[in-house]
Design a binder for this molecule. Structure first.
Ligand SMILES: C[S@@+](CC[C@H](N)C(=O)[O-])C[C@H]1O[C@@H](n2cnc3c(N)ncnc32)[C@H](O)[C@@H]1O
Length: 238
C-alpha cells in the first residue's frame, strides 16, 4: 500500500509542527487520548488499551480480524507477533494457547508500552513485548510461527526484509503468516521467492492470508539453499 492509500484508509501519516508522523515511526507523536477496545474470539474476552500514535487505535483492524480468524495455532512452542502494535494478535494467541510462548515486537515504543500494559491487563503470563526494528533485538531467537499484519505503509523497504528475515528466524517446519490487502501481489511473490512456497489460506472482506513454510533440513529449507534457489524462482505477476 502506498502512503497515499494509507491516508485514504485513515491510518496514514499525521502532521505535527511540520513534521510527518507515522504510526510505524520509532518516535511517533504523543497523544493523551486513550481508548479501550474489547472483543471476543473463540469464547475469550480480550480487552486492550490503546492511544493515538499507533495503528488502528480505536478498533481492531479488519485485516487483523481476518488473520486471527484464520490462524491454525500450535499447542506449544514459540510464536512471534512482529509489528505487534498495542498487542492484539500476540495477546489473543497467548490467551488461546497457554502452552505457547509469545513474543511481541514493534519498532514503535508507544505501541510496545501499550502491548506491555495489555499483557498485564489480560493476565497472559506467556507473553512479553519489546521494542525491535524487525528481528534486530531478538538475539537470534527462532520461532515455530511468525505472524504479522505487516506495516504496508512503510513500503517494501521494510516488508521485504521482514520476509527475508523470517526464514532464518523460523525453526524448520515453522510458518510465516501474513495478512494482506487484496491486490498487494508483490508480497506473496516475495514469500514464494524466499521460501519456495506460499499458500493462500483465507480470503475475506478484501483481505487475504498467506502462509510460507520453512522446509525441514535437507529439503531445501535452509537460508543458504533458499538464497541460491530464490535467484531462479521469481514467479510472474499474478
Ligand atoms: C499494520 S500495523 C499492525 C499492528 C497490530 N499487529 C495490529 O494488527 O493491529 C504494523 C505494525 O508494524 C510496526 N512496524 C513498522 N515497521 C516496523 C519495523 N521495522 N520493525 C517492527 N515493527 C514495525 C508498526 O509500528 C505497526 O505497529
Amino acid at each position: 500500500m502506498s502512503p497515499r492509500e494509507d491516508d485514504r484508509a485513515g491510518r496514514g501519516p499525521g502532521r505535527e509542527r511540520g513534521r510527518i508522523q507515522h504510526y510505524y515511526s520509532s518516535s511517533p507523536r504523543r497523544s493523551d487520548k486513550s481508548y479501550v477496545i474489547k472483543f471476543t474470539l473463540k469464547g475469550r474476552i480480550i480487552e486492550l488499551a490503546s492511544s493515538g500514535g499507533v495503528f488502528s487505535k480505536d478498533k481492531v483492524d479488519l485485516g487483523t480480524q481476518v488473520l486471527l480468524a484464520s490462524l491454525d495455532l500450535p499447542e506449544r512452542g514459540d510464536v512471534l507477533d512482529l509489528g505487534c502494535g498495542y498487542g492484539v494478535i500476540g495477546i489473543t494467541i497467548a490467551k488461546l494457547r497457554p502452552g505457547v510462548k509469545v513474543t511481541l515486537a514493534d519498532v514503535n515504543p508507544v505501541a510496545v508500552k501499550l502491548a506491555c500494559q495489555n499483557i498485564e491487563r489480560n493476565g497472559v503470563g506467556n507473553a512479553s513485548a519489546l521494542v525491535s526494528d524487525l528481528y534486530s533485538a531478538l538475539g537470534g531467537a527462532t520461532f515455530d510461527m511468525i505472524v504479522s499484519n505487516p506495516p504496508l505503509a512503510a513500503g517494501y523497504a521494510v516488508i521485504f526484509p521482514l520476509i527475508e528475515g523470517a526464514l532464518p528466524s523460523l525453526k524448520p517446519g515453522g510458518r510465516l503468516v501474513l495478512v494482506l490487502r487484496k491486490g498487494v501481489n508483490a508480497i506473496p511473490r516475495k514469500m514464494e521467492a524466499v521460501f519456495g512456497n506460499v499458500t493462500l489460506v483465507s480470503r475475506k472482506s478484501g483481505y487475504r492470508v498467506f502462509i510460507s513454510k520453512r522446509a525441514p533440513p535437507g529439503q531445501g529449507g535452509s537460508p543458504a539453499e533458499r538464497k541460491e534457489k530464490a535467484k531462479e524462482e521469481v514467479p510472474p505477476d499474478s
